[in-house]
Each structure stands twice: as structure tokens, then as C-alpha cells.
Ligand binder design. Structure first.
Ligand code: ADP
Ligand code: MG
Ligand code: MG
Length: 543
């Protein structure tokens, strides 16, 4: 290995370790507190306009920081504290508790919040005797799930009324506006430190990067301004950025910041350290069925989320599925994805040879069906170790591959179980309307396939499932820096005023939810969000 590569990897791995470690600054800059200084309470009132509406949903439910501040607010009043605790506990028990702890947690909620002598008993006006009786009955059943949903929705309705109005008048909401002001601060290249190149995209490199204020590591996808202009890629770049901004799922790479430098447009994305599925399939061989099932289930949740946002992804293949440190996967590269408002269909022969659905090859109108076809291809490749319609390194013309697809010609080896064969067959159904994922109740029907019998969907959707394989934390799952081809300089392109307008549309700074998640996850929120006895809303003193 060349020295340059060793150095690049060492620096990068050290940064990752510092960010994950329990050191004092966790990769934050020495001056991080000055980057995170609250403005005066009077100055931040204008940030109210950053919320689409000042209701419970926008200010609390959809805002990670809002949820924490609302909890602080509730904790001041015994009655509200009990209500809020109940909602948090119910959420935890429904989404995070594994099967074997569920009954235990359900009982705990009953003992702490509902029974007569409960320490955090819900206020009487919210307790419906009949519903509590029902809960008591269900607690005698096996591994009860969702037994508190109805009561929780009553409690939520209550909190979103008068208590929420008082929250808006409280110091906690002013604090939320102070955080909003920090979130909206301009972003530039000095917001980040940059590390080694991880890969090469069509318009520029992707490199590892780190927020100076928080120490959080990301991947930064650069799009060279001149190269975009030369290839007329403006619409494509803006499309990818705007779609990424809309999605918010732990199974799709998220966009945390979009900004510009003199030469580049930059998208700061979830860092996926573990390599892509193509690499893992071809370097270590086909997966066990359990491992394939786990990835299939997570990808399915990613597809479901995109489809719920009216996005057709159009480029599913192992290369576009990336692993993180823990071994969870996310869909990445939304470059070919397209927004299809209600019930519309699209046309366009886009995708990757060998993974395109028959309706795409035939140049028909299509929508979500093509992604379910792609999922079928991925399952096949994970279990077989080869793609269904084209073996690795096989020298075969595009026309021949497309003919195989239209004929539905692929063969299962004995690596497949009956269930895995059946699910692949149903996803690789030539007619879109009868394909699994399209037919019946869409993804819900797909999730009920026998192949997924072992999957606990709610648990998996919350990100709580245990990955079947964990990447080596000391490895860099990327090509050597010197093996990543360099870009040549773009000549003869001049940027003008019209380009500037496009850059302004692109470079919108931080994206609310990922930014807030970052601040909470790295502990910055906890350190900075202090209150003083005299109710002064100022930042803690710097050491
Ligand atoms: P393009 O759309 O231009 O093809 P990609 O989004 O596919 O660009 O990114 C190019 C390469 O950069 C990928 O093949 C992968 O190696 C690397 N890469 C992209 N996104 C990430 C990420 N979030 N984390 C780590 N590496 C990434
Ligand atoms: Mg790509
Ligand atoms: Mg792309």
C-alpha cells in the first residue's frame, strides 16, 4: 500500500475514532462553543416564520429539539409531566422493545401511569375506565402490542391543545427559537474539516467530512459547477438535492447540509462506512439467507418510505445499497429518482443494464412497480452471488441482457429455499400489476410474504433489529485513494449570473431534522441547553 494511502486512511480512522470516542471534545473544534452561541431572546422571535405552522405537529412532533424542549416544559407541572412521560414510554415500548421485553414494559407502563396507586398516574380527566379495563385484560395475553394506542392518542390530543399554547409562551419555546437561529446560520466550507476521498461520482468526488461545531462525521458529495454546466446537469443535481431533502428515513441516506464553494455544489450526507452490497457480495461471496433477509427487509422499508413520499427510485442494485458502522443498510444515490405526484406515471428508459424492469425496457409508462423488480434482482444476487440476468464479468451485449429480462429467463441454483425462490419469482413478475409490492395492499402484502416470517417489522422499522454482519471498525471499505481516478479539469466553461441563481436554489444550508438529530446525538444539545435560576436564556460560559 502506498504511503499516501496509509496516511489518508490513518487520519480518517483517527477522526472517526475521536468522533465516536468518549474524549472531551469528540472531534469538535477547540472553539466549538463560540460556533454554538445563542442569540438574545429578543432577537430570535423572527425565527417563528421558519415553522410552516405554529402547531404541535410542526413544533413538537416533527422537531427532535422541539420534543426535548417540550419535555422540559412538561416536567415543570406534575400533570403534564405524567402525560408526557406516558407518551414517551408508550413510544418506547411499541418501537424499541424486543419481543421478550414487551410484556414487561407494558406492565411497567400500567403500574407507573395507569393503576390507582401509580406514581405518575395520568390525570383523571384523561382516564377512561372502560379503556383501562381493556388494557388490564390485554395485559394477561401474550406479548401484547399496541394496547395503549387509544389512550395515547387521547393524551396527545390533550397536550396539543391548551398545554401546547402555554408552551409557545414559555422560555422553552424561546429557547427553541434560539436553536433555530443556530440551525439557520450560513454554511460554508469552513463549517467542515475534510478527509480522504471515498468514491467517485459523475460530477465530482465524495469524501469524508466532519462538522467542526459538533464533531459528527458525514460523507460529502461534491458536484463541480463547471462540470455540471458542461454536461447540462443542473436539473438533475437540483432534483437529487430536493428529493433527498424531502425524505427522512433511517433506510435512505439523508441530506444534512447543501452548500456551495467557489468551485463546487456540496451535499453533506449520512456517512456510510461499511462499503456497498456489491462489494460485499463479490468479495466475500453470496450471503446466507438470514443475512439476505435482513438487508431485503431494510431495503424494503427504504422503498416504502420513498414511495410514501411519491418518489420512484429507479436504480435499485447492490452498488447503491450502503452499509453503516453497525451493519444496517440505506439506499443511496437518488440521481435517477423522480417525484411522481398522485397516481401519475412516468416514461424514460433509465436505470442500469441488467436491473431494469421489463416495462422500462419496453419504454412503457410506469411508476412504483420498477422498484419492486429491482428488489427482486437484489435478493437474487445476494443469495446466488450473481445477478439474475447477467453474470459478473460476462461479456454479453445489452440487447441480449434485455431479451433475457423480457423473457423472464433466469435460473435458481440450490442455494435458494422455497420461500426465497417464491419471493424472487413474485418480485420478478413480468406484468407490473401482478408484481409483489404492487398487487394487493402494496408493501403491506409484500411484508406478509413467508420469506419474512422471522422479521418483526415494527422492531426492524425502528432500527432496533440486530444486523447479521458488522463491518470491521478498523477497515476502510473504499478503494485506495490513489486508485480512485482523478477528474480532469473542465475547460472552456464560464459561469454567469443565470448559474448563480441555480446555485442559490441549491445551497440552502442545513436541513432541519438531520441538523437537530446531529446536535442531539453528539451531546452538544445537552451541554449547551442549560437554564439559569434567573431565567436568563444565554449560553453557558466558555472555559
Ligand atoms: P453519482 O450519483 O455521481 O454516481 P454516488 O452518489 O453514487 O455519485 O457516489 C459516488 C461514490 O461515492 C459511491 O459509489 C460510493 O463509493 C461513495 N459514496 C457515495 N455516498 C456515500 C456515503 N453516503 N457514504 C460513503 N460513501 C459514499
Ligand atoms: Mg452512483
Ligand atoms: Mg447518481
Amino acid at each position: 500500500m502506498e504511503l499516501e494511502n496509509i496516511v489518508a486512511n490513518t487520519v480518517y480512522l483517527k477522526a472517526r475514532e475521536a468522533a465516536d470516542g468518549d474524549g472531551k471534545r469528540k472531534g469538535r473544534s477547540r472553539k466549538w462553543k463560540s460556533l454554538m452561541k445563542f442569540a438574545d431572546a429578543a432577537e430570535v422571535q423572527i425565527y417563528k416564520k421558519e415553522f410552516p405552522e405554529l402547531n404541535y405537529d410542526e413544533v413538537v412532533s416533527k422537531s427532535p429539539i422541539g420534543r426535548l424542549l417540550f419535555t422540559d416544559f412538561c416536567n415543570e407541572t406534575e400533570e403534564l409531566r405524567c402525560c408526557n412521560k406516558f407518551l414517551n414510554d408508550v413510544d418506547n415500548y411499541e418501537k424499541l422493545a424486543p419481543e421478550e421485553q414487551r410484556l414487561n414494559l407494558a406492565q411497567k407502563i400500567y403500574q407507573q401511569c395507569l393503576c390507582d396507586e401509580a406514581e405518575s398516574r395520568l390525570p383523571d380527566h384523561l382516564i377512561d375506565r372502560e379503556k383501562v379495563n381493556e388494557v388490564e385484560d390485554k395485559l394477561l395475553g401474550e406479548s401484547p402490542r399496541y394496547i395503549y394506542s387509544e389512550i395515547a392518542s387521547t393524551v396527545r390530543d390533550y397536550l396539543s391543545g391548551e398545554p401546547f399554547s402555554s408552551y409557545l409562551e414559555s422560555k422553552y419555546f424561546t429557547r427553541q427559537l434560539q436553536w433555530k437561529q443556530l440551525e439557520k446560520k450560513p454554511i460554508g466550507k469552513h463549517t467542515f474539516r475534510h478527509y480522504r476521498v471515498l468514491g467517485k461520482g459523475g460530477f465530482g468526488e465524495v469524501c469524508a467530512t466532519q462538522s467542526r461545531a459538533s464533531g459528527k462525521m458525514y460523507a460529502e458529495k461534491k458536484l463541480n459547477k463547471k462540470r455540471i454546466k458542461k454536461k447540462k446537469g443542473e436539473m438533475m443535481a437540483l432534483n437529487e438535492k430536493e428529493l433527498l431533502e424531502k425524505v427522512n428515513s433511517i433506510f435512505v441516506v439523508s441530506l444534512a447540509y447543501a452548500y456551495e464553494t467557489k468551485e463546487n455544489l456540496c451535499m453533506v450526507l449520512t456517512l456510510m462506512n461499511g462499503g456497498d452490497l456489491k462489494f460485499h457480495i463479490h468479495s466475500m461471496g453470496a450471503f446466507t439467507e438470514d443475512r439476505a433477509r435482513f438487508y431485503t427487509a431494510e431495503i424494503l422499508c427504504g422503498i416504502q418510505h420513498l414511495h410514501q413520499c411519491n418518489i420512484v427510485y429507479r436504480d435499485l442494485k447492490p452498488e447503491n445499497i450502503l452499509l453503516d458502522d453497525a451493519g444496517h443498510v440505506r439506499i443511496s444515490d437518488l440521481g435517477l429518482a423522480i417525484h411522481v405526484p398522485d397516481r401519475q406515471v412516468v416514461k424514460g428508459r433509465v436505470g442500469t443494464v441488467g436491473y431494469m424492469a421489463p416495462e422500462v425496457i419496453k419504454n412503457e409508462r410506469y411508476s412504483y412497480s420498477v422498484d419492486w423488480w429491482g428488489l427482486g434482482c437484489i435478493i437474487f444476487e445476494m443469495i446466488e452471488g450473481q445477478a439474475p440476468f447477467r453474470s459478473r464479468k460476462e461479456r454479453v451485449k445489452r440487447e441480449e441482457v434485455e431479451k433475457r429480462i423480457l423473457d423472464g429467463k433466469y435460473t435458481f441454483s440450490d442455494k435458494f429455499s422455497d420461500d426465497s425462490k417464491d419471493i424472487v419469482r413474485q418480485f420478478l413478475e413480468l406484468t407490473p400489476a401482478t408484481r409483489l409490492g404492487v398487487k394487493g395492499d402494496k408493501w403491506t402484502t409484500a411484508k406478509q410474504h413467508k420469506f419474512f416470517d422471522k422479521i418483526d417489522w415494527i422492531f426492524l422499522e425502528a432500527g432496533s433489529a440486530t444486523p447479521e454482519f458488522v463491518p470491521d471498525p478498523h477497515a476502510v471499505y473504499a478503494k485506495d485513494v490513489l486508485d480512485i481516478e482523478q477528474f480532469s479539469t473542465v475547460k472552456g466553461i464560464v459561469l454567469d449570473e443565470a448559474d448563480e441563481e441555480f446555485y442559490r436554489k441549491f445551497a440552502t444550508g442545513s436541513v432541519a431534522i438531520p441538523w437537530q438529530d446531529e446536535i442531539i446525538e453528539v451531546g452538544v444539545f445537552k451541554e449547551i441547553n442549560v437554564y439559569y435560576e434567573n431565567d436568563e436564556l444565554v449560553s453557558p460560559k466558555e472555559e
